[in-house]
Design a protein around this ligand. Sequence first.
Ligand code: MG
Length: 265
Amino acid sequence: MSRVVLTSVLACLLAIPAGCAVEQTAKKGEKIMYAQTDTGRWLIHDMNRPAPLVITPGTESTAPSDAIVLFDGTDLSKWTSGDGGPAKWVVRDGYTEAVKGSGPVKTADEFGSCQLHVEFATPEKITGSSQGRGNSGVFLQGIYEVQVLDSYENATYPDGQCAALYGRAVPLVNACRKPGEWQSYDIIYHRPIFKGKKVVRKATFTVLHNGVLVQDHVELTGGTGWRGPHAISEYEPHPDKGPIMLQDHGNPVRYRNIWIRQLRD
Ligand code: MG
C-alpha cells in the first residue's frame, strides 16, 4: 500500500452522512500527528473532530449557561454549616457575610476537579492587621485553601496573603482591590489522585484574581494548613469529591455570585 489511510470512525458516525466516508491520509513514511490532548482518535487539525460545546459566556456578574450556581445572592439553600446543619452566615442585599464564631459554610454537594468563580469583599472598615484583617478562604474539596485576606497595603507573610495557596504558593502579583470593594477569583482546580495512601498525581491550581493570573498551573506539594509544610504530611488521602468551603476566620468577609463548572479529572 503506497499510502497509509486512516478513517475517523467516530466522526462518520456522529457527523458524516451514511456512505460518505472521510479519509485522513499521510504519505508513506510521514509521521502521523495527533493533537496534544487527543485520545488517539483525531489527527492534528482534523476537521471531522467534534467541536467544543458552544455556551453563552457570562458577564461580570452572571454565571455562564452551563454552570452550577452555588449562591445567587438570595439564600444559602445549597450550603450547610461545617457540621452539616443549616448555614449560619447572614444573607442580605445580594451577598452572604461570615458571622464570627459561626464556623465555615460548605456546599451540600461535593465536587472534584472544577472551574470555580467566587466574588468577595473584605470589610470596608479596617480593623486588625496582617492575618487578622479581612481573613477568610476558599477551600477546594473542603481541604485546600486559596487564601482570602485584605492584602491592600497590609503586610503579612507572602505565602499567606490574598490569593496565596495558603502556606504553599505565593501569588505572582498582588492584585487586591481596596477594602470593601468587590473582587473575584476564577480558579481552575484539578484534584489530586490517590492510589491507596500514596498520591499519584498532585493537585494543580490556576487562579485569576480580579482577572489577573496569580497562580499559574501550580502543583500543590501538600495540604494548606497553618505551617502546612512543617506540621503535616505531604498529602492525606481523601475521597474524589468534597465540598466547596468558605472560612470563618472571625472577620465579616462577604461573598456573592458563586458558580462552578465541573471538569474531567
Ligand atoms: Mg484564611
